[in-house]
Ligand binder design. Structure first.
Ligand code: NAP
Length: 326
């Protein structure tokens, strides 16, 4: 079996966690092309049966690989992979859910606390010597006390965020397309309905055509002047210009952002806002969690070629046929 597996050509285009590469190299005939798809020869593309990658894969990228059976995406959000097109070609797509929930939820809470208690500004005050020269850091106008939190996207990560916020004694509500069974949080069937009922909105939804710019000026205004918005999901789900305007003119009080509209580019107008606490998409960025994601990414490819079905297929490709035996 190992000999047979060793003859299966797997492509790893673009930089990836070394754990994925090592795990795949132990089993398959792996070609690593650091520069990405542009540097993949047609001869190689004609042979490849599996791809493990973090880089985007458009329909045109996918169509370069006539024998491709599986795309193992590194990350739980797979909006950068055209999974519907892959499904239409009978190609399996996998992602890396669950293993990152806790680290990502930690960052959502950290951003919430940063935004409300102004910890980055307080630290800068200390580092600039102002504690000694000017006195204590000013009292913050905002507190976590008596807040009502709305979670937009009560999925795997959203529930991990909610569990943490329960421990803070906060009232929690949520909006999804459908209500979740067995959770003690109030469900709102519309995002605007949720925003009107809360003053703190945490977005954990995937980027899809439906969620694009769904957090817009109206939703932000509904949070009110003490409103706080945290985004740990995807930048594309927010109207970023409307968010900048709402932060600038006091429509809402503060924001904590891990994700942005056009990463890695963050507009100067957002960088200039003292009431936005911003970090460069670090939600899952610990060595511990990235190793777990890297292992799952590789194991999906291994399971496909050894067991005929991957560990974590994305919903769009659940109808894909099992592979022929190797
Ligand atoms: P998940 O379990 O699939 O949860 C997604 C949630 O969003 C579900 O509750 C879903 O509920 C809801 N949702 C989807 N489409 C919606 C819509 N049109 N309107 C309202 N609600 C909608 O995914 P997850 O594992 O929690 O991850 C969520 C997202 O977080 C990922 O897709 C990724 O983009 C992002 N993420 C970011 C980081 C980071 O580093 N910042 C790390 C991990 C994940 P319904 O299906 O009932 O609508």
């Amino acid at each position: 079996m190992t000999d047979t597996l060793k003859s299966i050509p797997i492509l790893v285009p673009g930089a990836i966690n070394p754990v994925t590469l090592d795990r795949l190299r132990a089993v398959f005939d792996v070609t690593y092309v650091e520069e990405g798809f542009g540097a993949v020869s047609d001869a190689l593309a004609s042979r490849v049966r599996g791809i493990a990658a973090i880089i985007p894969m458009s329909a045109a990228d996918i169509d370069r690989f006539p024998k491709l059976e599986i795309i193992a995406h590194f990350g739980v959000g797979y909006d950068s992979v055209d999974a519907r097109h892959a499904a239409s070609r009978g190609i399996m797509v996998t992602n890396t859910p669950e293993v990152l929930n806790e680290d990502v939820a930690d960052i959502a809470v950290a951003l919430l606390l940063n935004a409300i208690r102004q910890l980055p500004l307080a630290e800068q005050w200390l580092r600039d010597g102002k504690w000694a020269s000017k006195g204590p850091f000013p009292l913050t106008p905002l507190t976590l006390r008596e807040r009502r939190v709305g979670i937009y996207g009560l999925g795997r990560v959203g529930r991990a965020v909610a569990r943490r916020l329960e421990a803070f004694g906060l009232d929690i509500a949520y909006h999804n397309r459908s209500a979740v069974d067995g959770v003690p949080y109030q469900y709102y069937p519309t995002l605007i309905g949720l925003a009107e009922a809360v003053d703190t909105l945490i977005s954990v939804t995937p980027s899809t055509p439906e969620t694009a710019k769904s957090v817009d000026a109206k939703v932000l205004a509904a949070l009110g002047p003490k409103g706080v918005f945290v985004n740990i999901g995807r930048g594309a789900t927010v109207d970023q210009d409307a968010l900048i305007e709402a932060l600038r003119d006091g429509t809402i009080a503060a924001a904590g952002l891990d994700v942005f509209a056009n990463e890695p580019h963050v507009p100067q107008s957002l960088l200039d806002l003292p009431n936005a606490t911003i970090v460069p998409h670090v939600g899952s960025a610990t060595e511990y969690t990235r190793a777990a994601m890297a292992t799952l990414c590789a194991e999906n490819v291994i399971a496909w070629f050894t067991e005929g079905w991957p560990k974590t297929p994305v919903p769009e490709t659940l109808g894909v046929e099992r592979p022929r035996t190797n």
